[in-house]
Design a protein around this ligand. Structure first.
Ligand SMILES: Cc1cc2nc3c(=O)[nH]c(=O)nc-3n(C[C@H](O)[C@H](O)[C@H](O)COP(=O)(O)OP(=O)(O)OC[C@H]3O[C@@H](n4cnc5c(N)ncnc54)[C@H](O)[C@@H]3O)c2cc1C
Ligand code: FES
Ligand code: FES
Length: 493
């Protein structure tokens, strides 16, 4: 592992301009940089925690040689994570002659804006969608706007505008599409294989050259703050004013973004975002795909990583319970040494994980459910979209030929200090006939497994009841019992 060249400046493209910065605080956010340093005040600060979308901008990056633009929350995106990217703000949209962009014109004509505070964020989210899908379905529009809040319009006008954008211009003729090759070439030229190091002491940031370099940097600086998507760490800064220096930014490390499949096991790199996971995990394990769609809004899914969701050790992280139910193992690395542990043993206690100083999460290995196995995951929240879990249950069942339970793994989030298996419930089901009577009886064992808490998301009683009912729901679905009704989400206006 030869030490790479070190560069002491951050380089990216902002709208049309090449930017080089030599003085970057490790906790500086992109939104502060845009508004305060560059007087680009179109992007707004509403919540400063990734919820409202008023700060939405696009970040373009090279992925396997292709230029991909994604919407992100500038309020929690650190400036230091932007090396080698193209940042596009609302100011870049209208033409030099002042003519509005098709997305903006549609918003005007369909009355998609009232006070206007949320509007730049909506425009940027719709812009990202339009470039990807010029004629989106209502479902795609709704999904693209999950992370944008408006308190004035009631949304219907915005959805109508979203349906009509292609009537105002062709996505293929948009400047970002036309200039794609030249922007990609400029971004490729910024990639010089260097490690970026800026500042010292309590103002130090490092962007490792590659994953081996990351291993070296973290081994030498075990107390550094690792930042992947910053959808947790961003809030430590904006809401809790925490000191995070030195920071190691790993969001751009390609190797951590790999997903491979061999012998029935998916190996997912720690840096794979929710959006990237959706394609592979969602295709192979559809129940996981549906869950990923309910994490945050699109901006959060474009930034937050599977590794971060595991590493943070949260009892209400959405991916650990289903991954535990699937029997996933975690690959941890320190320097050159790797070790693999069952994911469930990583979560030792509240705030305590089995991760040693200088060690990081490199990947998670996920066995695919075997043929005939039944797998489901249910997330219970106060509102459907962009809400944090009150209780989440994941179920993985294999039946024997005679209809008895051959193997079962059940894991919950929001029920204990860590994501946790329901061992007593599993024991009450194992070897028994998979019937409503068995399941009803086993529900009593939840009291042995969990003593949930009351907090702002749910009372202890609600959690206990919901957890029991999720098991019954799983049984009813596996038995082919249809739900009496389902809520239709995408109502046509
Ligand atoms: C608006 C909003 C909505 C959200 N909704 C949900 C939701 O519905 N469900 C849900 O589960 N979560 C939700 N989250 C939380 C968040 O998206 C996740 O916890 C996310 O997966 C964290 O990943 P990250 O890459 O952003 O981590 P970061 O914020 O970069 O890091 C999180 C923690 O993990 C550590 N870390 C990151 N990567 C590694 C690694 N490879 N090795 C070692 N340590 C590492 C960091 O040091 C830090 O301690 C939401 C967040 C926001 C802001
Ligand atoms: S200001 Fe609300 S998401 Fe950024
Ligand atoms: S137009 Fe006022 S918040 Fe959306």
């Amino acid at each position: 592992m030869a030490k790479p060249k070190v560069r002491c400046e951050l380089r990216f493209i902002l709208n049309a301009e090449d930017v080089t910065l030599v003085d970057v605080a490790p906790d500086a956010t992109l939104l502060d940089y845009l508004r305060l340093d560059r007087s680009l005040r179109g992007s707004k600060e509403g919540c400063a925690e990734g919820d409202c979308g008023a700060c939405t901008v696009l970040v373009g990056r090279l992925s396997d040689g292709a230029l991909v633009y994604e919407s992100v929350n500038a309020c929690i995106r650190f400036l230091g994570s932007l090396d080698g990217t193209h940042v596009v703000t609302i100011e870049h949209l209208s033409g030099r002659d002042g003519r509005l962009h098709p997305v903006q014109q549609a918003m005007v004509d369909f009355h998609g804006s009232q006070c206007g505070f949320c509007t730049p964020g909506f425009v940027m989210s719709l812009y990202a969608l339009w470039m990807r899908e010029p004629d989106p379905s209502d479902e795609a529009i709704e999904k693209a706007l999950q992370g944008n809040l408006c308190r004035c319009t009631g949304y219907e006008a915005i959805v109508r505008a979203a349906r009509s954008i292609s009537g105002y211009g062709k996505a293929a003729k948009d400047p970002l599409a036309v200039e794609r090759q030249s922007i990609a070439a400029r971004l490729a030229a910024l990639r010089d294989g260097s490690r970026v190091e800026i500042g010292a002491g309590d103002r130090r940031l490092v962007i490792p050259a590659d994953v081996d370099d990351f291993a070296r940097v973290l081994e030498q600086n075990p107390s550094a703050t690792v930042v992947a998507g910053a959808t947790d760490v961003g809030l430590w800064v904006t809401k809790f004013m925490r000191e995070i220096s030195p920071v190691v930014f790993i969001g751009g490390l390609d190797v951590l973004k790999s997903i491979s499949e061999a012998d029935g096991v998916l190996t997912v790199g720690a840096g794979v975002t929710y959006t990237e996971a959706q394609a592979a995990l969602g295709r192979r394990i559809p129940a996981l795909g549906a869950l990923l769609d309910r994490i945050g809004g699109e901006q959060v899914r474009n930034m937050g990583t599977i590794g971060g969701n595991i590493a943070n050790g949260s009892p209400i992280g959405d991916t650990p319970p289903p991954l535990i139910a699937l029997g996933a193992t975690l690959v941890l690395r320190k320097g050159r040494r790797r070790r693999e542990i069952p994911l469930e043993t990583y979560f030792v206690a509240y705030g305590k994980q089995d991760r040693r100083p200088g060690e990081f999460v490199e990947a998670v290995k996920v066995p695919l459910p075997s043929r005939g196995a039944k797998f489901a995951v249910y997330k219970v929240t106060k509102r459907r979209d962009e809400d944090i879990t009150a209780t989440l249950g994941a179920f993985h069942l294999q039946l024997a030929k005679d209809g008895t339970v051959k193997a079962i793994r059940i894991a919950y989030g929001g029920m204990a200090a860590t994501p946790k298996r329901a061992a007593a419930v599993e024991a009450a089901l194992l070897g028994r006939p998979w019937t409503e009577a068995t399941v009803s009886e086993a529900m009593g064992a939840f009291a042995t497994d969990f003593t949930p808490l009351t907090d702002m998301r749910a009372s202890a009683e609600y959690r206990a009841l919901a957890a029991r009912n999720l098991l019954m729901r799983f049984y009813l679905e596996t038995a082919g019992v249809k739900a009496p009704f389902t809520v239709k989400r995408h109502e046509a206006a």
